[in-house]
Design a protein around this ligand. Sequence first.
Ligand code: G3P
Length: 222
Amino acid sequence: MKLYIDSANLKQIAYIQEYYPIAGVTTNPSILVKENRPYLELLKDIREVIGDDKELFVQVVGEKAEEMVEEARNICNQLSGAVVVKVPVTEEGIKAIKRLTAENIPTLGTTIYTPLQALIAAMAGAKYVAPYVNRIDNLTGSGVKVVSEIATLLSSYQLPTQIIAASFKNVQQVHDVCLSGAQSVTVGTDLIKKFIAFPATTQDVEAFKKEWQSMYGVGALV
Ligand code: G3P
């Protein structure tokens, strides 16, 4: 399982990167715009924080495959380190994924709502596919079921494409997706912190500390 941060907020990325085992950072146009500063400068700052080895995902916005390919080349020229280009799985997007694969530019097929969208993106050569779990749930579908079916299809056809499940609003969705065959998840920083927050754990730690200090004094360590 790989965990990615779905955010472009530098402060939050630095915090999560320090405390949690993360594989990289995923962005999309909305996430970048939210930070309200020149996007390239921001992406370079994110790269500085996470280092060259961790993957940085940047999404194209062009409508036509030719525009997407141009954007992808531009992103890869401007940014150092491991960069993955996110391409929406429209018809033009699939065409772009095929071309970028031929140029050895790694891609992630994004905005995925159905197993067949993921299968076609994988057949076109996408390194990753990103089903939108919470957005599927909001359409009264089941995001977890879609992830599980994508996992079955990729494994049945022995495709090397990996799933990075995205769009989460609660810990239960992440938990269920982890059990459904997804190799990775990308999650917002607030939700990542909730993965390990549990009142009983805090209480236990506090009780251990009190007993220890009653014997060995305040601030005493092992
Ligand atoms: O990475 C895709 C993801 O950011 C979409 O998530 O929360 O906007 O549905 P959300």
